[in-house]
Design a protein around this ligand. Structure first.
Ligand SMILES: C[S@@+](CC[C@H](N)C(=O)[O-])C[C@H]1O[C@@H](n2cnc3c(N)ncnc32)[C@H](O)[C@@H]1O
Length: 312
């Protein structure tokens, strides 16, 4: 990474810095292992996101993809890396409100030079896109906006507003895709989904992929009292590090005390909808925001990839 780029990114990831000799690779790998615990078939979903965005860009250009892509809630840059590898002429902007996550993204993506841009911004702000046009030369219009396991952190009101902001940022025909949790407003179904997800997580970590792929509804009635009253399986069984443990260890390694670690996030935490809103809510909100051909592109119980194209 050139000095100019390093300075630009430093300015935009906040004032935190990595201590000298910091083993960022260890933390990036540890992040990905930890996230695989939460996101069912994370790699498969990242690959599908890349394939859909790349396919769209290739179709549009007819010669090879050089898309401009924005990743909302990019964290340490895992999905950005997949996109940058899938489209060697693409430029990707990653946005997050956590400067500690962006530090890892900056180290991880340095090898992409000017193709990777990072910015500290709060997606709940009405002006985040305008600010980033000045700070990190975010284009007026981009080809695709993507996200993974981040937007359920927003409450319904701010999320609906964000869908409007995404539509405003996309070129006509541009693609929005989100890989995230989707919930059910019918508790027995939510219980069944979460139980199966816990089983899949456990099986995934034990290498029992046949059991992980078993359809939980094949031999049980999701509407029956039996399933509705079932206890969710132990989500920790067979799995590696939980979220909180990662953050406690990583922020301590950065030299932050508990109060500093808690205060680091721009605008503060204020919780979203942990289990995710129903898919129908998202598809309706996207239509309302100016998207067409809204659809579910992948789904496994309460995890999905959904999105749509900005109307022409
Ligand atoms: C579970 S992590 C996922 C990170 C990354 N997309 C991945 O899959 O590895 C969720 C990310 O969303 C970010 N995030 C949540 N709410 C946000 C907001 N209001 N503005 C910006 N980033 C936000 C968090 O800081 C965190 O990095």
């Amino acid at each position: 990474m050139g000095t100019k780029t390093a300075k630009a990114i430093t300015k935009n990831v906040g004032t935190l810095t990595l201590p000298p000799g910091f083993d960022w690779q260890h933390w990036v790998e540890r992040w990905d292992r930890m996230q695989a615990r939460y996101l069912v078939k994370r790699e498969e979903r990242f690959a599908l996101l890349a394939r859909l965005v790349r396919g769209e860009a290739t179709h549009r250009e007819g010669k090879g993809p050089s898309a401009q892509v924005v990743d909302l809630g990019c964290g340490p840059g895992s999905l950005m890396e997949v996109m940058l590898d899938a489209m060697p002429r693409a430029e990707v902007w990653g946005i997050d409100f956590d400067p500690a996550a962006l530090l890892l993204a900056r180290a991880r993506l340095a090898r992409y030079g000017e193709r990777a841009h990072l910015a500290l911004a709060d997606l709940r702000s009405p002006t985040w896109a305008d600010g980033l046009r000045i700070l990190v030369r975010l284009p007026r219009e981009v080809d695709a906006v993507i996200s993974a396991t981040a937007l359920h952190w927003l409450k319904p009101g701010p999320l609906a507003t964000l869908y409007g902001q995404i539509a405003a940022l996309l070129r006509p025909g541009g693609l929005f895709l989100n890989a995230d949790h989707v919930g059910s407003d019918y508790p027995p179904l939510q219980t069944a989904w979460e139980r199966h997800r816990a089983e899949m997580r456990a099986a995934q970590h034990d290498g029992r992929t046949d059991e992980a792929d078993r359809n939980p509804l094949a031999d049980e009635n999701p509407l029956g009292a039996n399933l509705g009253s079932a206890e969710p399986a132990d989500a920790n069984s067979g799995s590696p590090e939980p979220w909180d443990e990662f953050w406690t260890a990583y922020t301590a390694a950065l030299g932050l005390d508990a109060a500093e670690a808690d205060a680091r996030v721009l605008g503060g935490w204020n919780g979203g909808v942990e289990q995710g809103l129903p898919l129908t809510w998202h598809l309706d909100a996207l239509r309302e925001a100016g998207f067409g051909a809204v659809d579910c592109f992948w789904r496994c119980d309460c995890d999905a990839i959904y999105g749509g194209f900005k109307l022409l």
